[in-house]
Design a protein around this ligand. Structure first.
Ligand code: E4P
Length: 216
């Protein structure tokens, strides 16, 4: 299972890389806006830091505009994956980019049928947003389970990239289902290795070690 960081913040990305927990990056317009920096500048810096796939989203919603932006984004670096919204025009864009060999990440997926359409269009990644579904009292992980069931039944090559991850349980459930990737915000990445019993156990071991007679 791969871990991507869901961030456009270079400081966070560097920390995740140092932790060995950054196989790739996903950005979106809201995350880029939070940095206060120009998108082109941020994207160049992230793609040079991270060897893995870096998703960069188009902001046009018409076919011509999305294609134009996608071509410009794909030129920034070889590891750019073009993020396209799951709308009818977006699926057409995914089909066209896929025939040109440009990798895509279909974003804002909220149903297994939408995911089926993305796979049929030739998407490289599908991004089901689990947290946002949970927020409206639906079951985000049930959607992921159904997508995996469909993709496995038809042997689709599209990878399931679990998005809108809010806490370590989302990561656990994505892993148990066998999702290909989880894209995780830095605050959640930072929680993954931590456990209060680990901290308490280590503190006790170190305190007891002080009681052991020292070697001369
Ligand atoms: C995925 O690619 C999106 O950037 C992201 O996971 C959205 O998460 P949010 O619902 O926490 O904004």
């Amino acid at each position: 299972m791969q871990f991507f960081i869901d961030s456009a913040d270079v400081g966070e990305i560097k920390k995740a890389l140092a932790m060995g927990l950054c196989d790739g990056v996903t950005t979106n317009p809201s995350l880029v806006a939070k940095t206060g920096r120009k998108f082109s500048e941020v994207l160049k810096e992230i793609t040079s830091l991270v060897p893995g796939p870096v998703s960069a989203e188009v902001t046009a919603v018409d076919h011509e505009g999305m294609m134009r932006e996608a071509h410009a984004l794909a030129k920034v670096a070889d590891n750019v994956v073009v993020k396209v919204p799951l709308i009818v025009e977006g699926l057409r864009v995914v089909r066209d980019l896929s025939s040109e060999g440009i990798r895509t990440n279909v974003t804002l997926c909220f149903s297994p049928v939408q995911a089926l359409l993305a796979a049929k269009a030739g998407a490289t990644y599908i991004s089901p947003f689990v947290g946002r579904l949970d927020d409206i009292s639906e079951d985000g992980m049930a959607m992921v389970a159904q997508i995996l069931e469909i993709y496995r039944a038809y042997d689709f090559a599209t990878k399931v990239l679990v998005a809108s991850v809010r806490h370590p349980i989302h990561v656990l459930e994505a892993a148990r289902l066998g999702a290909d990737v989880a894209t995780i915000p830095f605050n959640v990445i930072d929680q993954l290795a931590r456990h209060p019993l680990t901290d308490a156990g280590l503190k006790k071991f170190l305190a007891d070690w002080e009681k052991v007679p020292k070697e001369k």
